[in-house]
Design a binder for this molecule. Sequence first.
Ligand code: MF3
Ligand code: CO
Length: 291
Amino acid sequence: MEIKIGRNDPCWCGSGKKYKKCHCDFDEIIEEHAVLGEIVPPRSLIKNKAQIQGIKDSGVINTAVLDYVAENIREGCTTEDIDKWVYTKTVELGGVPAPLNYDGYPKSVCTSIDEVVCHGIPSKDRILKSGDIINVDLSTNYKGYYSDASRMFCIGDVSEEKRKLVSVVEKSVKLGLAEVKPWGHLGDIAQVIKDLAHENGYTVVREIGGHGIGLEFHEDPWVSYLTDRGTDMLLAPGLCFTIEPMINMGTYRTVIDKDDGWTVRTADGKPSAQREIQVIVTETGCDVISH
Ligand code: MF3
Ligand code: CO
């Protein structure tokens, strides 16, 4: 239960507007869903206008750096090169790479090749070769606002099998994005993603998912891509989160590297692909923050 606010009091979101002209109707809808036992987002996750602008500005930088990676990535470069580009470009645009020193993470970006599911650490020893599929996962802190997105790149001559995996994960996120609308549920997104993956004979990683984001790098909710339509958290305007399924060619099981404590690999060594976008629910649908 949230504290009752007078209609003429300032809104809880910090907009400075009167409650009746701001989140009053919003709260009524939330209450209707809450009494049905649905999971509704707490007020702390709902971004106000100023925060949304800050998050969008961060996202513009994040997407620009991903575009820069896309223009320069090629066979023969190392994942350490990618790390350097990301650090240099992000700082040039006024941001800070969010992964750097996050929980002790040593680099500015995650580079995950083939059987690496996520959190691959850039290295001067890993040279991109023809046939690799690589996920470059980039996150930016700009004036305290966070953005996060990742793309797959096919290096040189990639097998038909791996190309299909990459195109299915890309398509799954597009389908997921089309589900993001006010008063839907996170499960609507998960349903279309897992259906497409399973139709293609693939599996969806269970223990690593998406997340709320904006004022922190990782906020609630934790986002699964295995839940059912109509379940999981209610999508309310102002809720900001990532859509970032990891889809595997073989088993969904994963193993964390014992030596570095970060690199997540498929348990069977078969390829995995991921795509990540960041979205925010609006009054009418959603905005893509970074992609
Ligand atoms: N970008 C990843 C995500 O989507 C998080 C990476 S955390 C790091 O949530 F420390 F490994 F960079
Ligand atoms: Co993320």
